[in-house]
Design a protein around this ligand. Structure first.
Ligand code: 13P
Length: 257
């Protein structure tokens, strides 16, 4: 374990998933106003990825503040006859700075494979968005001691060659830790994040050393400080606890304590 890795600026990102009507913007605005106050976890980037319906309005409301906005998925094409889909260019146009790709719920619900995720990451880069690329093992894969193998394979297949420290963020989210209240031990997180770092440096050199690696899966105010202090953990991707401003701010605040 090490104290925060000062070389890499951390990011705490909230993934609202399919939660959030207009009324939920109140929570986002509380986050915006609190993090924009001087000195509040000043060395940390803060992002909310609301459902697509709220990206544009939140983009407008957070313009000029410290709160960044991201999408949760994008189509590979810039435009076209793809009913119901949203392109990376559209997210960028709506005010997004980033887009999550390859979340395990997309992989499970929509059959997305590593090569699909890679194509979406390329689309994000084409549009000028940062791609937040998600990887992580299932409970069965962990039980079979396949975690590192799975994570390395997903990294290899999902991260495009054009990835840089500026345009790509990796989110390690063990599938079994998402929404369950379970988290890996700090030693397990350190081992996986360390292996991800080694693989990134091997493939991308300096850029791999500077790429942010977020941990996601049941991050709460109560465990954030411990998780965020682990070597090569450069922030968090937060689901449920990002829906309430107080909880999300409690997690961001882990970086000031
Ligand atoms: P929870 O924080 O609700 O476990 O979700 C994690 C996640 O899937 C973020 O993308």
């Amino acid at each position: 374990m090490s104290e925060f890795d000062k070389e890499v600026r951390p990011l705490v990102a909230g993934n609202w998933k399919m939660f959030g009507l207009k009324a939920a913007l109140e929570q986002a605005l509380q986050v915006r106003d609190t993090v924009s106050a001087e000195g509040f976890s000043a060395n940390t980037d803060v992002m909310i990825c609301p459902p697509a319906t709220l990206v544009m309005v939140l983009g407008e409301l957070s313009g000029g503040s410290r709160l960044l906005v991201g999408g949760q998925d994008c189509h590979a094409a810039a435009s076209g006859a793809h009913t119901g889909d949203v392109s990376a260019e559209m997210l960028k146009d709506a005010g997004a700075a980033a887009v999550i790709v390859g979340h395990s719920e997309r992989r499970a619900d929509h059959g997305e494979l590593d090569r699909d995720v890679q194509t979406k990451a390329v689309a994000a880069h084409r549009a000028g968005l940062t791609a937040i690329i998600c990887i992580g093992e299932t409970a069965g894969q962990r039980a079979a001691d396949l975690t590192l193998e799975v994570v390395r394979r997903q990294l290899e297949g999902s991260v495009p060659d054009g990835a840089t420290a500026a345009n790509t963020i990796i989110a390690y989210e063990p599938v079994w830790a998402i929404g369950t209240g379970l988290t890996p031990t700090p030693d397990d997180v350190e081992a996986v994040h360390g292996a991800i770092r080694v693989a990134l440096v091997q493939r991308f050199g300096e850029d791999g050393a500077g790429m942010r690696i977020l941990y996601g899966g049941s991050v709460k105010p109560g465990n954030a400080h411990e998780l965020m202090s682990i070597a090569n953990v450069n922030g968090a991707l937060v689901g449920g606890a990002s829906l309430k401003a107080d909880d999300f701010l409690g997690i961001i605040g882990a970086y000031s304590s």
